[in-house]
Design a protein around this ligand. Structure first.
Ligand code: COA
Length: 260
């Protein structure tokens, strides 16, 4: 498999998928989302692959969010499509994959980056990782299931605070919230993920795929939540706040929201 924006390393029954746009802190543009979707689909079909690790290239970021430069000029319709397509093609795909997916969060996991990590079956972080959903600082809401999966993982009150403040939490806090399962120094991150993946690959892949289905089924009554998120995400693209938020980011200045 050859992709422009991702690398795939295969080591017997384990695949490591590396998002490879380090100069842009691995920000998710449409092409990367497409590559990831294709890669996960292909790896899931390969019965010799028993676990997948997803990580970012470089030492600074897992993924610093959806690519703001790409969507800043989108209309409401395009914004809604962006959210709906991404969710279907990648985030829901990963969550429902029959092969276990571990997110190795090796730095910033912000916006779409944290949403991607949350779509994985569980997360392990390096001690320099920083996580958050900064979307409201750009005049938009968390998409790709962020408003649904964050409260599932850390509880409603903590999720509300993190979303409304657009703040970042460090790896230790993420551990205490249950957002990640372990925190280790960066050089130990992939070895730990490999070790845990090794344990997983000794077990029945069929039973594991059924277990993933069963665990996910318990959270499936939130279809309305996902739908509301897509519609609200799209609506933001018609606001003056969104124009100001994204323009300010690209002009590297603080946003002054008009509130309309
Ligand atoms: N979309 C597009 N480009 C991004 C990006 C994103 N989400 N995140 C980072 N980049 C780009 C920067 O624009 C910069 O590009 P440039 O060198 O061409 O100017 C490059 O990646 C490096 O980022 P920079 O901001 O210079 O690094 P930093 O160490 O000063 O700051 C962050 C790191 C993560 C705090 C900062 O990049 C940031 O706030 N990113 C956006 C986070 C966000 O709001 N994500 C949610 C999007 S929905």
């Amino acid at each position: 498999m050859n992709f422009e924006n991702i690398l795939i390393e295969l080591n017997s029954s384990l695949a490591t998928v590396i998002i490879n746009r380090p100069k842009k802190l691995n920000a998710l543009n449409r092409a990367t989302i497409k590559d990831l979707g294709k890669a996960f689909k292909t790896l899931d079909k390969d019965k010799t692959i028993r676990a997948i690790i997803l990580t970012g290239s470089g030492e600074k970021a897992f993924v610093a969010g959806a690519d703001i430069s790409e969507f800043a000029n989108y209309s409401v319709k395009e914004g809604k499509e962006l959210a709906a397509k991404g969710q279907l093609a990648l985030f829901n795909l990963i969550e429902n994959l029959s092969t276990p997916v571990i997110a190795a969060v090796n730095g910033f996991a912000l916006g779409g980056g944290l949403e991607l990590a949350m779509a994985c079956h569980f997360r392990i972080a390096s001690d320099n990782a920083k996580m958050g959903l900064p979307e409201v600082s750009l005049g938009v809401i968390p998409g790709y299931g962020g408003t649904q999966r964050l409260p599932q993982l850390i509880g409603k009150g903590r999720a509300m605070e993190l979303i409304m403040s657009a703040g970042m939490i460090n790896a230790e806090k993420a551990l205490s919230y249950g957002l990640v399962n372990y925190v280790v120094p960066q050089e130990e991150l992939l070895p730990l993920c490999n070790k845990i993946a090794g344990k997983i690959t000794n077990n029945s892949p069929v039973a594991i795929s059924y277990a993933i289905k069963a665990v996910n089924a318990g959270f499936k009554n939130n279809a309305k939540g996902f739908e509301t998120e897509i519609n609200a995400f799209g609506s933001c693209f018609g606001t003056a706040d969104f124009r100001e938020g994204t323009t300010a980011f690209l002009e590297k200045r603080k946003a002054e929201f008009p509130g309309t």
